[in-house]
Design a protein around this ligand. Structure first.
Ligand SMILES: O=C(O)C(=O)C[C@H](O)[C@H](O)CO
Ligand SMILES: [Mg+2]
Length: 402
């Protein structure tokens, strides 16, 4: 059996997606996602110029060997572009294998560990009162877990505050727009949000918050400590994680659970954090970390230390990644939660899929493969549009982590 052809499809039904379609000589095809928000064309070139020419002619059943070939064979290892390109191939090959086996992908991975996957939605508002109202709307929609982000007085376009009620897309301009940041203001305001949320809705729902790499370890420890009375499900990306040791300081000062890893690409980015039990949830997902083949290794390492999964699931991860993630979540023994930022109707139409939302959970489909396809004719009607993620600056102009 051989890979006969592979094609990269770039489409922008509301936002840009990079999709890889691989055909075999036996008529079965598979679909993979390689989207890298704001840097899509780098993955397109990596795939078209460097990966597709190598994989045509290879045996699509040898998923592990193809993975190792692309990882070790490039000589240049890791990084978001490389690992997304590998992920796109890997997802498509798992899709092909599961279709050939006539099984939904979760069955091929080892079968169901659960019937449904708890997800968290994104509630946000321009201030505390409107964010509290937004959380109420998510509760009314059946969500059991909700991430709450609020605008902060005096901060221009604080992270996570969207324009609509269900959708959030930060990559909004052809060149990066400039947002603001002020740790002192956020540290004062964010605990007040969670105080009001608990006073309004009680403790029955899981609440989450994303620090989006903004705080120093000491500031993150301070925030974690001040959020303790409100019993968060997790505090995410409380400090940048290039220096994994930074989390030791945070951990020493707070029992607020910590999540990290949406920008990690390999097991090496997470190894020390996991082995030293400095985090509670690992956020790597299928497209970010080299596909299912590699994500499984991260999850297995995490399971040794009671670290659970919490896969990234923002809208810049296409429905193909969401489909694969749900098969993974349905199988993985140490599942924690799945992020679910809804896609627009245009995106859902371009990527027909068989997963569905019900009662605060996503339920995986039963179609053989990962259950997500691409309508190529419809995709062609949405050409690529350059869009960049914003940057963040302090009041004096200093560049900060966005
Ligand atoms: O979903 C999250 O937790 C994020 O932090 C979303 C990121 O800002 C987004 O994926 C960037 O493209
Ligand atoms: Mg995040």
């Amino acid at each position: 059996m051989k890979i006969e052809a592979a094609k990269v499809i770039v489409s922008s039904p509301g936002r840009n997606f990079v999709t890889l379609k691989i055909w075999t000589d036996q008529g079965v095809y598979g679909i993979g996602d390689g989207t890298l928000n704001g840097r899509e064309k780098a993955v397109v070139s990596y795939l078209e110029d460097h990966v597709v020419p190598c994989i045509v002619g290879m045996d699509p059943r040898r998923i592990e060997d193809v993975w190792q070939y692309l990882y070790k064979g490039a000589y240049w290892r890791r990084g978001p572009v490389t690992m997304r390109a590998i992920a796109a191939v890997d997802m498509a090959l798992w899709d092909i294998k599961a279709k050939m086996a006539g099984m939904p992908l979760y069955d091929l991975l080892g079968g169901k560990s659960r019937e449904r996957v708890m997800v968290y939605g994104h509630a946000n508002g321009s201030d505390i009162d409107s964010t509290v109202e937004a959380v109420g709307r998510y509760i009314d929609m059946g969500y059991k877990a909700i991430r709450a982000q609020t605008g902060v007085p005096g901060i221009k376009d604080a992270y996570g505050v969207g324009r609509g009620q269900l959708y959030y897309e930060p990559a909004d301009a052809t060149l990066p727009s400039v947002t603001g940041w002020d740790t002192r203001k956020a540290l004062n305001y964010v605990p007040q949000l969670f105080e009001k949320l608990r006073a309004t809705y009680g403790f029955d729902h899981h609440l989450l918050h994303d620090g989006h790499h903004r705080y120093t370890p000491q500031e993150a420890a301070n925030l974690g400590k001040r959020l303790e009375p409100y019993q968060l499900f997790w505090l995410e990306d409380c400090t940048p994680a290039e220096n994994q040791e930074a989390f030791r300081l945070v951990r020493q000062h707070t029992v607020t659970p910590l999540a990290v890893g949406e920008i990690f690409n390999t097991i090496w980015d997470a190894k020390d954090l996991i082995e030293n039990q400095l985090i509670d949830y690992i956020r790597t997902t299928v497209v970010g970390a080299g596909g299912l083949t590699h994500l499984r290794r991260i999850a297995d390492l995490a399971s040794l230390y009671q670290v659970r999964t919490g896969c990234h699931g923002a809208t810049d991860l296409s429905p193909v990644t969401m489909g694969c993630a749900l098969h993974f979540d349905t199988w993985v023994p140490n599942f924690g939660i799945q992020e679910y930022m809804r896609h627009s109707e245009e995106t859902d139409a371009v990527f027909p899929h068989d997963y569905r939302f019900e009662d605060g959970h996503l339920i995986v489909g039963e179609t053989p493969g990962h259950g997500v396809d691409i309508d190529e004719a419809l995709a062609a009607r949405y050409p690529y549009k350059q869009a960049c993620l914003p940057v963040a600056r302090l009041e004096d102009g200093t560049m900060w982590s966005w």
